[in-house]
Design a binder for this molecule. Structure first.
Ligand code: UGA
Length: 431
């Protein structure tokens, strides 16, 4: 099939490359000229394992452009994959989506296009599909269809999530268009759930909000564990073994970050409110997520008494492991707060140092090895769940530190082992 991807960001590139892998011809469009020129030369602007290989392997089926007319000439199913960043009040900014819809409308008219299908992959509030239809209608008077096909891609596992998803959601008020989009996925082994437009849009938000709720729930359980002397890791194992609950997204820590959960939970809360419903549970999910990072700072304060002048090494800057993405990273926020209290910060991350430098002040010392930052440190905070932090030579690190204090914000290390090494160790909810 002939498909277009509008927006060559993380979702667009993974989706486009995967569609090409499934045998479709894909035109990938972006307004960023430089990005498209780089992509044409095989330079992938994001870090996503397996994506470069997939694009390279399918290069004869993928073309890149900045020209919307070319998009409409070459394809008849168009996937909108542009960003929808949060506005001040938490609602999603649809400026880019609207602009794409207008451009599609103009070019549908200009080229007298027929049987066009416009699909939203971007996470958009319920009702956006309807707005897209109205915008295109302003210029293009022939029939076309709007479909919602939300993405469920986790950064760092996005290619696998795309090729082997748990399910595919396709929502439209036009069943023929929905079936046509389903056809794109015919070689993917996953159940396809067909719904109406609004329901598909809602499924995306409800999925992310539910996962975020699981995280805030286990974080609150962890906070009680700290008070009553129970171990949240074992509690998570114990409850997660019940299939109805499931083990995933029950890792207690400093709270969720990234470009999706914080934004989507706030947006669902906001558009529920706008529709006249006070989504109380989500308000708490957001509050708990904010509170988790404060608890880490409280734990540091408890041991260090005065933060001013203390040397703290933060291990991990990315919002989660295996990515260089620092958007809404809890680590960055914690560093900013510690600096406000007068602490001297050094920081290490296996992948995200360059991106973090753009978000943090010059006062942070970025180190190329964890050991360099440990020299003279009064505390280490583990802020991202990078598994390789477990393999550091902790006895040598202890010798370098001024005070052997570890605040493990991701419950990465074994508390007993760390205490055997004579560290003062605190995790989250580990009794
Ligand atoms: C998330 C969803 O998992 C994807 O299904 C969805 O498609 C994507 O958002 C999106 O809307 O585009 P992602 O943001 O890549 O994917 O990250 P996750 O792996 O879900 O992690 C989000 C945050 O939750 C991270 O900060 C992580 O450290 C934290 N987390 C995750 C926990 O604190 N505990 C857990 O048990 C799991």
């Amino acid at each position: 099939m002939k498909l277009s991807i509008i927006g060559a960001g993380y979702v667009g590139l993974v989706t486009g490359a995967s569609f090409a892998e499934l045998g479709h011809d894909v035109t990938i469009m972006d307004i960023d000229d430089e990005k498209i020129r780089k992509l044409e030369k095989g330079i992938i602007p994001i870090h996503e394992p397996g994506l470069d290989r997939l694009i390279d392997k399918n290069s004869d089926r993928i073309s890149f452009t900045t020209n919307m007319e070319q998009v409409v000439r070459e394809a008849d199913i168009h996937f909108i994959c542009v960003w929808t960043p949060p506005l001040e009040d938490g609602s999603a900014d649809l400026t880019a989506v609207r602009s794409v819809a207008r451009e599609l409308g103009k070019n549908f008219k200009k080229l007298k296009a027929k049987n066009q299908i416009v699909v939203t992959k971007s996470t958009v509030p319920v009702g956006t599909g309807k707005k897209i239809r109205a915008l295109i209608r302003q210029t293009y008077k022939n029939e076309f269809s709007v479909v919602s096909n939300p993405e469920f891609l986790r950064e760092s596992q996005a290619v696998a999530d795309m090729m082997r998803p748990d399910r595919i959601i396709i929502g439209s008020n036009d069943n023929i268009a929905a079936q046509k989009v389903a056809e794109i996925y015919k070689d993917v082994k996953a159940p396809i759930i067909i719904t109406d437009l609004a329901t598909a849009e809602m499924i995306k938000y409800a999925a992310n909000a539910f996962l975020a709720t699981k995280i805030s729930f286990i974080n609150e359980v962890a906070n009680v564990c700290d008070l009553v002397g129970a171990d949240v890791e074992q509690v998570a194992e114990g409850i997660g073994s019940d299939k109805r609950i499931g083990k995933s997204f029950l890792k207690a820590g400093m709270g969720y970050g990234g470009s999706c959960f914080p934004k989507d939970v706030r947006a669902l809360h906001q558009f529920s409110n706008d529709s006249g419903y006070d989504f109380k549970l989500l308000k708490s999910v957001i509050e708990v997520n904010e509170q988790q990072r404060n608890l880490i700072i409280d734990k540091l304060n408890k041991h260090l008494k005065i933060m001013n002048g203390k040397n703290i090494l933060v291990l991990g800057l990315a919002f989660k492991a295996y990515t260089d993405d620092v958007r809404e990273s809890v680590a960055i926020d914690v560093i900013n707060r510690l600096q406000k209290e007068g602490a001297n910060i050094s920081a290490y991350d296996p992948l995200a140092l360059i991106n973090a430098q753009k978000h943090l002040g010059e006062d942070v010392i970025f180190v190329g090895k964890a050991y360099d930052g440990a020299q003279g440190a009064d505390a280490i905070v583990i802020a991202t769940e990078w598994p390789n932090f477990k393999d550091l030579d902790w006895p040598s690190i202890k010798d370098l530190m001024r005070k052997p204090l570890i605040i493990d914000g991701r419950n990465l290390l074994d508390p007993n082992e760390m205490r055997r090494m004579k560290f003062t160790y605190e995790g989250v909810g580990r009794g």
